[in-house]
Design a protein around this ligand. Structure first.
Ligand code: PLP
Length: 121
């Protein structure tokens, strides 16, 4: 059984995708080109913020957020164990220490009642 049918999804927007790829090939600005600027503008408006900054991956997005807070050696970052490895990886890349807080069985998010215990550890 195919759970994801990318072909069917693509069919609906194939012409737009091809036109956009063709535009990028024509202007040749593969990094930070006009499409990136437009995406950031639209995302910023959608989120109701003045600035949206795109990046290459989810891992980089996590890293950027921690760098914006000057996270580094000596810092402990509370995080969820119920996530992808990148979540803890970026904390270690910056020299900080990930502290896992167990999740709540109903929400699968960090259980707020366990934060105090994690902080004392
Ligand atoms: C929760 C979570 N965070 C971060 C990432 C990393 O994203 P990327 O593979 O784009 O670096 C993933 C990827 O699956 C993820 O599931």
């Amino acid at each position: 059984m195919r759970f994801i049918d990318l072909g069917a999804q693509q069919k609906r927007i194939r012409k737009q995708i091809e036109a956009s790829i063709s535009d990028v090939l024509d202007h040749g600005s593969y990094i930070m080109g006009p499409e990136v600027g437009r995406l950031e503008e639209v995302l910023g408006r959608y989120c109701g913020v003045r600035h949206a900054i795109s990046c290459s991956s989810g891992t980089d997005a996590l890293l950027l957020a921690l760098m914006a807070y000057n996270v580094g050696p000596g810092d402990a970052i509370l995080t969820s164990p119920f996530t992808f490895i990148a979540t803890a990886e970026v904390i270690r890349i910056l020299g900080a220490t990930p502290v896992f807080v167990d999740i709540h069985p109903d929400t699968f998010n960090i259980d707020p009642s366990k934060i105090k215990l994690a902080l004392s550890a």
